[in-house]
Design a protein. Structure first.
Length: 492
């Protein structure tokens, strides 16, 4: 995965700094509460939401089980429709392919549809190094790009910015990127949107190359689908002469009919809309309609490694709706930058460590960026059990063990800094397999409970520094049961 966020500290350190930013917390609280309340109302309109959720899960799981077959089918269908398919094993290869394709057109500017895959591989930076300017056209992505910032949300990359901050960015930066902001620009949404429209319109009309991702790729027809709310994507997909789409291999669905499920669940879970205002679909090229040249870059970049993990592979079901971010108490307080990845929030905490591995400090800390409350699982439209994967990845970080990296089976070493945790787990395992020792320990803890400290010493401070130690009861449950029930009922 890309090194865009290289240098980020571990999540606890980054989150501690973010929590102290009252403006950031206020922006996040207002935005996430608004989005999730609207989503809840939109989902409640459907009596068959649970069935749609299960259908989405089954379609995705089926596709992942037979991904080899569907990838070949996609290549055949896209090629038959006049497109060209390229295969990219990692970020570097994908960036090299895209840069080469742009240079072959003789152009030095491209317009981009909002795309998580291109952010993941740091495509903009790679193109800039090759002398190619990439212009984001999604309003929130434009704000992030003009502000020399990083996205902090999957759906709303500039969610950490308020209207006043956006106005200041437009005033100071638009002129360096193209058409400047209007004189006297205020922070009213209508004026900000109009300033962005005027700024981007000249880029749409001038650009000869467009770059996109895709929300879905239909295997049976080779059709790509992009859903959006602003219309900028439609402009990028229709006006340029050349279109290059970078798409993760997990975005495939087998049949056209499968879109029926996702075009209901995705808009409701993401923007709380019954359907997206703009749903663009294209299949290869067509004479005198849209781009004359179409390239599809199928991106792996750690996805087949993730697919090899029987527990972790469910993260590849993700349709990037961001519903899990909007209900997560950790994300609401820490924001997206603390995750050190273009995939923040609960889904980022399980996806990034699998795509990038857990070798870095930031990736080893991400599985712990959760309270395990389960709210993310409840709202996920494809039923990804994020808490299950988080616990699974925590075990990998602490214990190490077998995994697949770069297509090869390896044995991971335990991450540094978890020796005390491993010792505690081994001690707990021994106690739970020796009932006599467990009973004695429980009784001793109850009889000495008045002497117990309020915080743990040594390495335990990392745990008790943000939590209250639970009070030990006056007697163990086993003794209480024996006393009140006379041992009846089978307690052992």
């Amino acid at each position: 995965m890309s090194g865009t966020f290289v240098g980020m500290p571990a999540f606890p350190l980054a989150a501690r700094e973010a929590v102290g930013n009252t403006t950031l917390r206020g922006n996040l609280r207002h935005a996430t509460h608004t989005i999730r309340d609207k989503r809840a109302r939109a989902v409640a309109e459907l009596d068959d939401w649970a069935a749609l959720r299960e259908a989405g899960k089954q379609i995705k799981d089926h596709t992942l089980r037979h991904l080899d077959r569907y990838l070949v089918q996609v290549e055949e269908a896209v090629t038959a429709a006049g497109g060209t398919v390229h295969w990219a094993a990692d970020a570097d290869e994908a960036n090299e392919i895209v840069a080469r394709l742009v240079k072959e057109t003789g152009e030095s500017e491209v317009v981009k549809v909002k795309s998580m895959a291109t952010q993941e591989i740091a495509l903009n930076e790679a193109l800039e190094a090759q002398g190619i300017h990439a212009y984001e056209t999604d309003l929130a992505e434009l704000i992030v790009q003009l502000g020399k910032d990083r996205p902090s949300h999957i759906l709303v990359p500039a969610i950490h910015r308020n209207r006043g901050e956006i106005r200041d960015i437009f005033r100071s930066e638009m002129g360096e990127w193209g058409r400047p902001a209007p004189e006297g620009l205020t922070d009213t949404p209508a004026e900000l949107a109009e300033a962005a429209r005027l700024h981007l319109r000249e880029k749409f009309l001038r650009a000869k190359v467009g770059i996109s991702g895709a929300n879905f790729v239909v295997a049976e027809t080779g059709t790509l689908v992009v859903v959006e709310s602003e219309g900028n994507g439609r402009m990028c997909l229709t006006l340029p002469e050349t279109l290059i789409s970078v798409v993760g291999i997990e975005k495939i669905v087998p049949r056209w009919q499968d879109l029926e499920v996702f075009l209901q669940t995705l808009p409701r879970s993401s923007t709380a809309e019954r359907m997206n205002p703009y749903t663009s679909m294209w299949t290869g090229t067509t004479d005198e309609d849209g781009p004359r040249t179409f390239h599809l870059v199928l991106l792996d970049n750690g996805r087949t490694d993730t697919l090899a993990d029987e527990v972790g592979r469910q993260a590849l079901r993700c349709i990037r709706c961001s519903a899990c971010l909007n209900v997560c108490p950790v994300y609401e307080r820490a924001g997206g930058h603390a995750y050190g990845s273009v995939y923040p929030g609960p889904i980022g905490a399980i996806l990034s460590p699998q795509l990038r591995g857990t070798g870095s400090e930031i990736d080893a800390s991400l599985p712990y960026a959760s309270s395990l409350c389960g709210a993310c699982y409840e709202v996920c439209p494809v039923a990804i059990d994020i808490p299950e994967v988080l616990v699974h990845l925590r075990e990998r970080v602490v214990q190490g063990g077998p995994a697949v990296r770069g297509g090869n089976r390896v044995v991971l070493k335990p991450a540094k800094g978890h020796a005390a945790e491993r010792a505690a787990m081994r001690a707990a395992q021994w106690a739970f397999t020796h009932p006599g020792a467990l009973r004695t320990g429980q009784r001793l803890a109850s009889r000495t409970r008045r002497l117990h400290p309020r915080t743990l010493p040594g390495p335990g401070r990392a745990w008790s520094g943000t939590r209250d130690l639970p009070a030990v009861p006056a007697e163990p449950f086993r003794d209480w049961w024996q006393r009140t029930h006379g041992g009846k009922g089978g307690a052992k």
